[in-house]
Ligand binder design. Structure first.
Ligand SMILES: [Zn+2]
Length: 313
């Protein structure tokens, strides 16, 4: 009875405050997890800023800006002078890595990726990824071993562009089982570990779900027969909902569940389904998210291709 625990860190505050809090909670229970860090400028809390910008800038950012001005300008921070998270909060990132948690790349600029991934081409995605991976290396002395697309926004361009990076796996979509993405008519060699459970913000306030019954609902969704991967946010479960998360964790542990980094779910030499990654609407989430599509066929992972499980029992 295993749950892969993935922690997304989207903002400066999440990195500075949520990450140490979650590290403390996990250390107290002798658990490790996968942390996926956003490392570039923090533009997530800038809704007000965006509203105050001149209309031409808003318009530029929505659609025709990239072709007019070039993405390099946007990416170099000319219009986004947000503080660089991996520089201001390097201590938090390093501490999480040194505590034994899996080091993952989430975003350079989370907000930009979520809004504009459809407009980016392969070299641009590769450049963003390179920038983020190097920032994590500077902060920790190590390269991240995995990656997770911001907002579950992943397409074939992303998969092709990130193939050159030495990730053991990627967690870019929602789905039901570990699989190999079907890209350009072949099975992509790097496994996807999809998130199988809904996030807090997706279910809270819908269908009668409140903080009072949230944990019971989440516990009921854990399935001993299936892959269980939970994504939490440093800003939420490491912040205002920390107590709620601790209650969930302790209750799940009491029922016999074990929480592990996502990399521990990989096994070499097993047959994996091959499926496309498709864009779908998800209840409680704005716009599209990447989803594991229908299985095309099964294929065996070559032994030794991916890191084996540390302790699967
Ligand atoms: Zn995120």
């Amino acid at each position: 009875m295993i749950v892969g625990l993935r922690i997304d860190v989207d903002t400066m505050r999440g990195t500075r405050e949520g990450v140490p809090e979650l590290c403390r909670v996990l250390a107290e229970r002798d658990l490790s997890a996968s942390f996926f860090f956003s490392v570039g400028p923090d533009n997530m809390g800038r809704h007000l800023w965006r509203l105050l910008r001149p209309a031409f800038l808003r318009k530029m950012l929505r659609s025709n800006g990239p072709s007019l001005y070039g993405w390099d300008i946007l990416l170099r921070g000319t219009f986004w002078p947000g503080p660089i998270i991996s520089e201001r909060a390097a201590d938090s990132i390093r501490a999480a890595h040194e505590a034994g948690h899996e080091l993952g790349f989430h975003a350079w600029d989370h907000h930009l990726w979520q809004m504009h991934i459809d407009d980016l081409d392969e070299p641009q995605v590769a450049e963003i990824t390179e920038r983020g991976v190097r920032a994590l290396e500077r902060a920790t002395g190590h390269l991240p071993t995995c990656s997770a697309a911001p907002g579950w926004r992943c397409n074939d361009v992303v998969l092709r562009a990130q193939q050159a990076f030495p990730f053991a796996y990627q967690s870019d979509c929602r789905g039901e089982s570990i699989f190999l993405p079907f890209v350009d008519g072949v099975a992509h060699p790097r496994p996807q570990i999809p998130v199988t459970l809904p996030t807090y913000d997706e279910v809270i306030g819908r269908d009668g779900v409140t903080d009072t019954n949230y944990n019971a609902g989440l516990l009921a969704r854990l399935n001993p027969e299936r892959l269980n991967v939970l994504a939490i946010h440093a800003e939420v479960e490491g912040g205002s909902r920390s107590e709620l998360f601790v209650e969930f964790l302790d209750e799940a542990i009491a029922r016999g569940w074990r929480f592990v980094p996502l990399g521990d779910l990989l096994a070499s030499g097993v047959e994996l389904p091959v499926a496309p990654i498709v864009a779908e609407q998800l209840p409680g989430r704005e716009g599209w998210v990447a989803q594991q599509g229908q299985t095309s066929f099964h294929t065996a992972m070559r032994p030794g291709r991916v890191r084996g499980p540390r302790s699967l029992q």
